[in-house]
Design a protein around this ligand. Structure first.
Ligand code: ADP
Ligand code: AMP
Length: 218
């Protein structure tokens, strides 16, 4: 079973994707991480995407869909983290999944708006792996250093408060409609977790969800 992690920036999607990767062997596909690698390497896609990302706007669908082409080729179950981000991307994903005879369940990270700015402005990221920490909620063993590699952590420029404001507005306008898209009353493909809970409690809900689902564990 493939999982689509849905929720606003800062809801905890990346944190939990890493937990499920470790626990069940899922493969996390984070479109944000892939795009940041393109930007860092200065590829043509990175050059095109950079301005949108630094403003907190969505990168055009055409670029994203081209980038995602092939990501679902491998047979391992995936966690889509940050994709789809609007209805056009969700429709394209459904077509792709149907062609590959695969299915996916969306998991909504339910969270109160007022914790998100603090989570994002306190986030420290390891660029090489996409691992994240939080200055207060989930600090690394040594401040500003990745626990696993010993490499320096960075604060993403788009985690600055002004950009966060736009990212949350973009989420409300373009991504939040996906809740209704997946929660179709006749054929719901949406599960919910309480993402306001501490990190371990969110992990517990997700692990129980995957275990209780037929063919849940990857
Ligand atoms: P997303 O991938 O949804 O944007 P992240 O997983 O990167 O969010 O989490 C955003 C920030 O909040 C990180 O600094 C992370 O350590 C922290 N965080 C994640 N989950 C929780 C939680 N349940 N409670 C408190 N802080 C959290
Ligand atoms: P994230 O790491 O998920 O917070 O994404 C960081 C930024 O990358 C977003 O603000 C967008 O600019 C861009 N991005 C990531 N995923 C997508 C997507 N599926 N569609 C469009 N833009 C995306």
């Amino acid at each position: 079973m493939n999982l689509i992690f849905l929720g606003p920036p800062g809801a905890g999607k990346g944190t939990q994707a890493k937990v499920l990767e470790e626990k069940f062997g899922y493969r996390q596909i984070s479109t944000g991480d892939i795009l940041r690698r393109h930007v860092a390497e200065g590829t043509p896609l990175g050059v095109e995407a950079k301005g949108y990302m630094s403003r907190g706007d969505l990168v055009p669908d055409e670029l994203i869909l081209r980038m995602m082409d092939g990501e679902l080729e491998q047979s391992s179950d995936v966690i889509l983290d940050g994709f789809p981000r609007n209805v056009a991307q969700a429709t394209a994903l459904d077509e792709l999944l149907a062609r590959k005879k695969r299915n996916a369940v969306a998991v909504l990270f339910d969270v109160d708006r007022d914790v998100l700015t603090d989570r994002l402005t306190g986030r420290w990221t390891h660029p090489g792996s996409g691992r994240t920490y939080h200055a207060k909620n989930n600090p690394p063993k040594v401040p500003e250093i990745d626990d696993v590699t010993g490499e320096p952590l960075v604060q993403r420029p788009d985690d600055a408060e002004e950009t966060v404001k736009n990212r949350l507005a973009v989420y409300d306008e373009q991504t939040a409609p996906l809740i209704a898209y997946y929660d179709d009353p006749g054929d719901s493909r949406l599960a919910r977790v309480d993402a306001l809970a501490p990190i371990e409690k969110v992990s517990r809900q997700l692990i129980d969800f995957v275990r209780s689902h037929p063919n849940g564990a990857a």
